[in-house]
Design a protein around this ligand. Structure first.
Ligand code: SF4
Ligand code: SF4
Length: 201
């Protein structure tokens, strides 16, 4: 097995995609007058799965910047998180357990957080390669704003399609154009931490 390492040029490229997404997010949040300030919830306890080697590797760029003892602590917390989520999943429930990277409301790896962490909140749309467009309504708080202000016609949305297309091309290059040949990623952040950096055969 060999580790999937993001070269510096791809780190830059990924960060540029994140920056563009951030700008789109801010545009939509501004138009909706939406913000997380004062929210009674913390969506870092939402159960999300992540799907790319690029983000898995990028998360580990961040993990490796931490002291070894901190890294070990994150692994322990991630193991505990997985055990708790396993119980909920075993009962057929959707887990709701605070992310192991969240400390007192703040993300330990904020600069290296994943795409879902960066885009959750405001409405978004994504057109798949087969032409089908999916709409994401945003978090409960944003849906309240949208419900009150956009009874007719759609709300502004983050258009994820061109940025996620760039993301998919980057993922394929990272995997040496063999994306279709490697096992698919469908993992929580905790699994990415416990398993260590990504590897392929
Ligand atoms: S994204 Fe929504 S649910 Fe999450 S903290 Fe912000 S306002 Fe609250
Ligand atoms: S990685 Fe950070 S931003 Fe994402 S869910 Fe965990 S604590 Fe929240």
């Amino acid at each position: 097995m060999k580790e999937v390492i993001l070269p510096a040029s791809m780190v830059d490229e990924l960060e540029e995609i994140y920056r563009q997404l951030q700008l789109e997010y801010e545009r939509v949040a501004g138009e909706l007058n939406f913000s997380c300030i004062g929210c009674p919830d913390n969506c870092c306890d939402s159960y999300f799965l992540h799907h790319t080697y690029a983000e898995w590797a990028y998360l580990w760029v961040g993990v490796r910047q931490l002291e070894p003892a901190r890294q070990e602590e994150l692994v322990r917390r991630s193991q505990a998180w997985l055990a708790q989520c396993g119980e909920a999943l075993g009962k057929g429930d959707r887990p709701q357990v605070m992310c192991p990277l969240n400390e007192q409301g703040l993300c330990v790896l904020y600069t290296h957080r994943l795409l879902v962490c960066r885009t959750h909140g405001v409405p978004a749309s994504l057109t798949r390669p087969d032409g089908h467009t999916m709409h994401f309504p945003g978090c409960f708080s944003c849906q309240e704003i949208v419900g009150a202000r956009f009874r007719e016609g759609g709300p502004p949305e983050v258009e994820r399609t061109p940025l996620l297309r760039r993301f998919a091309l980057l993922e394929n290059r990272l995997l040496e154009n063999k994306r279709h040949l490697v096992p698919k990623v469908k993992m929580t952040i905790a699994e990415m931490i416990v398993k260590g950096p990504p590897t392929i055969e």
